[in-house]
Design a protein around this ligand. Structure first.
Ligand code: E4P
Length: 218
């Protein structure tokens, strides 16, 4: 399973990269705004900085919602760095744009996916990644994890190569459940990754080992 971090915060991206288990980064316009990154030039520069830090795919989202606009923006983004994945919303022109980029060998991430039907269509169009937003489904009392299971079944039935990128991951249990269900990738906050290493018995065990060592070596 690949671990992506879902942020535009450079310090958090560095922290995750330093941990040695990071495979990529996802961003979106809200995450860029949260970091105060505004204006086309600053946004472009920020993507470049992220690509310099992380050794893996970096999703950069288009703002246009029409085919020509998405193609223009996507081509400009893809030129920035070979790690850039063009992130395109699950709308009619988005599907056309994903097919266009797929035919050109440019990686895409189909975002804002909330149903298995949408995921099937994204795979048919040749998306590199499909991003089901599990946390936002949970937010409205719908089982986000069930969507991961449905997409896994459909993709395996037909051998689709599109990778399931579990998005809107909010906590460590989401990560674990997505891993059990066979999601190819998860993207979430750094805390959702760091939570995996926590166990009280580890802390208690280590304290005892160190205390016993001290007794025998003092
Ligand atoms: C995915 O690529 C999105 O950036 C993200 O996971 C959305 O998460 P949120 O629902 O926590 O905003």
């Amino acid at each position: 399973m690949k671990f992506f971090i879902d942020t535009a915060n450079l310090d958090q991206i560095k922290d995750a990269q330093d941990l040695g288990v990071l495979d990529g980064v996802t961003t979106n316009p809200s995450l860029m705004a949260k970091e105060g990154i505004t204006g086309a030039d600053n946004i472009i520069e920020h993507y470049k900085k992220i690509c310099e830090i992380v050794d893996g795919d970096v999703s950069a989202e288009v703002i246009s919602t029409d085919f020509d606009g998405m193609v223009k923006e996507g081509e400009e983004l893809a030129k920035l760095h070979d790690q850039i994945v063009v992130k395109i919303p699950m709308i009619k022109d988005g599907i056309k744009a994903i097919k266009y980029f797929s035919d050109k060998g440019i990686k895409t991430n189909c975002t804002l996916v909330f149903s298995a039907g949408q995921a099937l269509l994204a795979a048919k169009a040749g998306a590199t990644y499909v991003s089901p937003f599990i946390g936002r489904l949970d937010d409205i009392s719908t089982d986000g994890l069930n969507l991961i299971a449905e997409i896994r079944l459909i993709y395996d039935n037909y051998g689709f190569e599109t990778e399931i990128l579990a998005a809107s991951v909010r906590h460590t249990m989401h990560v674990l459940e997505c891993a059990k269900l066979g999601a190819d990738v998860m993207t979430g906050p750094l805390s959702s990754i760091e939570g995996l290493m926590k166990h009280p018995l580890t802390d208690i065990g280590l304290a005892k080992f160190l205390a016993d060592y001290k007794k025998g070596n003092s």
